[in-house]
Every structure is written in C-alpha cells, then in structure tokens.
Design a protein around this ligand. Structure first.
Ligand SMILES: [Zn+2]
Ligand SMILES: [Zn+2]
Length: 299
C-alpha cells in the first residue's frame, strides 16, 4: 500500500494555519518528500509523517517556499539520530544553491547526495520501486513536475496453478516471475497469474502556468496534486504573469487527463478560504478535493 500525505497546502509563505505545500509518498517503510519550504519539518510532524522514513527529497525548483526548509529538516533528522544517507533530486544547475543552503547545517550525521535532473522530458529517476518522470513546467525559473509510477505484477492465481497440476512447493518460483519445467512442459509466470493490473500513478505539478502538455504528463493519474494558486477566474491575468494556475485550469487538466482524483494546493496567502471556490473546480472535475493541511490517502 502506498500512503500519501499533503502536510502543507500553502504557497509563497507559511501562515499560522497553513504550512507550505509539500507531498509525502510512503511505500514499504520508506518515504519520499517532494518540496521542502520553511517549517516543513513541523508540518510533517503535525501530519504524523516520521522523518526517519525519508530516503529521498525531490525539489521542484529553488524558490524559497519549496526549498528554504531544507536546513531545518536536515538538522531535525540529524537531531533524531539519523545515520542513513539522504538523496536530494533537484533541477540541473541548482546543486550549488542546495550546497550553499546546506552549508548552514554542516554537521548533520549522515551523507547527503544531490542528484541533478535535466530540465527536459527525458530526465528520469528510480526510487523505491517507482519510476519517477519529470515534466519541465512553465514558471519564472526552471521547475520540474514529477510523476511517480509503480508498475504492479499481476496477482498469482492458486486456482490456475492447481488446475495445471503444479506442486505447491514450486508456486513461489512462478510467483516471483520465474519459470519451471513440469513433465516436459515449460510453465511461465503469466500462465498462472490473473490479468495485468494498472500501474499506480501519482503526479505532482507546482509551480506553473497552464500549458497543454500537463494533461499528457498527468494521464490516468490515480492522484493528481496540482497547484491552484487562485480560485477566482478573474485572477487569470495575474496567474499567467506570475507562472501560476487557477482552480478551473487545474480541474481541466484532471478531467482531460482521465485522472481519478485531484488535490488542489499551493493556495495564495491572499485566499482566506480556498473552499469558497470549490464549486468552480468541481463543476469541471467532480473529484476535486480542496485539502486542508495533513490530507491523506492510501493507494
Ligand atoms: Zn511556490
Ligand atoms: Zn515558485
């Protein structure tokens, strides 16, 4: 099971009741954090996300509201006695900024690796069984959207194995994707499994203007976490100029991409109650959620 949490939903600056946007993806006891604005270690603690599980941190871009929390997070992790290494993935050309930022916490008791990802659609990483793909976004600086896709093996069918007369002690070989010989017959894994299962896909896109390629990138996401800086459609000009999106635009991406659920996030500090604009998005994509900090789901 994949556990997902949105510990913060704000953009630009943290507010007293709204931490900055970041996403937590946990699988098999290990977690990835996407973005780390000011105070993220507190947002994570308030959401019950255990810092000791963090193995990788993916940074979308080096604006303060997405990166300024790194020293505090790393110091807190060190303070908790961490010794295992942490890998930070970030857009190409940002290594020195991350290095400078981390120079103010030089004595953390674990290794920190920084891997830069090209600002193009070919950039790719693998983490904890996920294929991680990127989309260059359209913001006021180089910025990456991320998708995390887990491909799932078909489920082993004991009924099929029994019907073929395969002894139980050989099931585990087939279960693990191997093949066996039985009475001169070659039996492969796909002969004793059910139909292929759809992959699980989580897509995260902030900060960006709307552009059509986002829809293709988010295609068939189980969960799309997308920025909605402004709820009011009258903010169109401001959103475009500042490299951000309206609720309605994010909802259109969710609908057109065939995604199952949309969580809006990165709300402008000027928007006191993002829920006031929920209907604007839900008319376009009914499965739109206006999350509060700490929203969770399991996939
Ligand atoms: Zn931002
Ligand atoms: Zn930004």
């Amino acid at each position: 099971m994949i556990n997902v949490c949105l510990p913060g939903t704000g953009g630009t600056i943290p507010l007293k009741d709204r931490w900055l946007t970041c996403l937590w993806i946990e699988y098999n006891g290990k977690a990835a954090l996407i973005d780390c604005g000011e105070g993220t270690q507190i947002a994570l603690a308030e959401s019950g996300c255990k810092l000791s599980k963090i193995e990788a941190i993916f940074i979308t871009h080096v604006h303060a509201d997405h990166i300024a929390g790194l020293p505090g997070l790393l110091l807190t992790m060190g303070n908790h006695g961490r010794t295992e290494p942490v890998t930070i993935y970030a857009p190409i050309g940002t290594h020195y900024i991350i290095g400078n930022l981390c120079s103010i916490c030089p004595f953390v008791p674990f290794a920190l690796h920084v891997k830069e990802l090209d600002i193009d659609e070919e950039a790719h990483a693998e983490w904890n069984g996920f294929d991680v793909n990127v989309l260059p976004l359209r913001h006021t600086m180089p910025c990456l959207g991320y998708s995390f896709t887990m491909h799932r093996r078909p489920v082993f069918s004991p009924e099929k194995a029994e019907a073929m007369g395969i002894p139980k002690q050989l099931w585990s070989v087939l279960h693990k994707g191997g093949e066996i010989e039985l009475d001169g017959r070659k039996i492969t894994c796909d002969m004793v499994t059910d139909a292929a299962r759809d992959p699980i896909k989580i897509t995260y896109m902030t900060d960006t203007q709307y552009f059509p390629k986002m829809t293709e990138f988010a295609e068939r996401s189980d969960l799309l976490v997308c920025e909605g800086m402004y709820g009011d459609n009258g903010s169109d000009g401001k959103a475009h100029e500042k490299g951000h999106m309206l609720f309605a635009q994010s909802a259109a991406v969710a609908a057109d991409s065939g995604s199952k659920e949309l969580w809006l996030t990165h709300f402008s500090p000027s928007m006191d109650n993002p829920f006031d604009y929920a209907e604007i998005a839900q008319e376009i994509f009914p499965n739109t959620v206006i999350p509060a900090d700490g929203m969770k789901c399991a996939l």
